[in-house]
Ligand binder design. Sequence first.
Ligand SMILES: Cc1cc2nc3c(=O)[nH]c(=O)nc-3n(C[C@H](O)[C@H](O)[C@H](O)COP(=O)(O)OP(=O)(O)OC[C@H]3O[C@@H](n4cnc5c(N)ncnc54)[C@H](O)[C@@H]3O)c2cc1C
Length: 486
Amino acid sequence: MTGASAPFVASTLSFEDALNRLKEIVGPAGVREGAEDTLPFRVGFGGAFRGEAALVLRPASTAQVAQVVATCAQARIPMVPQGGNTGLAGGAQPDNSGRAVIIALDRMRRVRAVDAANDTLTVEAGATLLEVQQAAQAVDRLFPLSLASEGSCRIGGNLATNAGGTQVLRYGTMRALTLGIEAVLPDGRVFDALRALRKDTAGYDMKQVFVGSEGTLGIITAAVLRLFPRPRAVETAMAGIGDVTAAIRLLCLARARLGDGLSAFELMRAPSVEFAVAAVPGLSSPFAGRHAWYLLIEASGQAEGDGLRQALEGLLEAGLEEGLVEDAVVAASGDQRRRLWALREAQAEAQKHAGRGVKHDISVPVSAIPEFIARADAALQRAFPGILPFTFGHVGDGNLHYNPVVPRDWSEATRVARQGEINRVVHDVVVTLGGSISAEHGLGQLRVAEAEHYKSAVELDLMRAVKAALDPLGLMNPGKVLRART
Ligand SMILES: Cc1cc2nc3c(=O)[nH]c(=O)nc-3n(C[C@H](O)[C@H](O)[C@H](O)COP(=O)(O)OP(=O)(O)OC[C@H]3O[C@@H](n4cnc5c(N)ncnc54)[C@H](O)[C@@H]3O)c2cc1C
């Protein structure tokens, strides 16, 4: 630890004096104030969450973040860390009190070091995911995290949510992609664990406490990320299938035939593909006929030549012979590949077009996916006749975005009033099957009550103990992940 301060003594620093000091620390370029200027930071992606903020602070260095946090701690000002503001669980929005400050990392986007021989890149938390991918590409390496929001989301946000995306099957989530972290603790001290090591058993792995903590334990300011060889060959296919059991059987076949080469295995349901085609001009299904489900399958590897393509075609032929696949296409060009991915990436847009949805970001063991779909679909139809299934996601990881669209005659007020009932039906099935109610988007403020409902008292106690040890004043992103005990 470096940069110690003494924030936990009672302070005479008034709210107004603290705000003035905060503005001095970051300078005019680092401050946004007033309802209009702060709006883009106060309102989350899609407008579902919004809050009030005394100021938006945009520090330019770790030292400034540390001073900002120490000042907030001294004046007891709640802090809400923010990256690209693409989170879907309201984690980066303050409450409505107007007392909190938003600390946005968007000015801290420097690549501090690239070590190609060690396959690592050290980068500040405000760099966008796309910038990190490009920095890796510049040294002929791959940073494999890939999300539809990659042009806007930032590395600090990816770490704080333990982001997943489409390449987890092969490379893991952000947790697996990170070797080191630098973070400012809730009292203003800097935790410097920017170690670029693959092996390190010298004590608890404290960096992992910050991954997935959604800004509740400190502010991540930089990270050492793992890089990988850039695949020389990428082959992409889409398959139309009749049911989800076939998807899981095909996944097993794909693992056996492609091994580590299998990098994406994404599932979409017929309505979600049809709404995507209707919502986004230029999109089309690659098939003449309709299929109940669609799989986007991608393989990548180092070997040049046709080997990978033949392996993928062989997989699809085997799937056809075994009756798992109804129809399939393999992209013949980069353009065709982009068109297949465009269907998957348009799912958020398609969801809006389909009507009012209730979103779930669930995971179950991959083997339990068919049972999850069957039980959740049936339970929802029983409880809410006319509800439309809308499902897509990373089925290879057991992670689905299971977002049923409520009946057309429900008003928005009815949807809001009844979404808790819908959540309960879906999450009961998830938990019965040994799953999680949040696979990659985090709990934010959206799922705090659900987490309290489903997590054991022991797990909640452990989480509260960690929170109390690191943030005894409860100032770091209050109301997210965990609620204070009343
Ligand atoms: C179209 C679309 C597609 C998406 N697809 C995926 C997907 O496939 N997989 C996936 O995992 N997510 C996905 N997301 C969700 C979102 O993009 C990710 O959660 C992303 O990691 C959030 O990064 P961000 O920088 O936008 O974080 P923000 O939204 O700014 O913040 C998210 C959380 O992290 C905290 N935080 C942010 N920065 C820091 C920091 N420096 N230190 C500490 N805490 C911090 C915030 O307080 C908040 O709790 C998608 C979102 C959209 C809009």
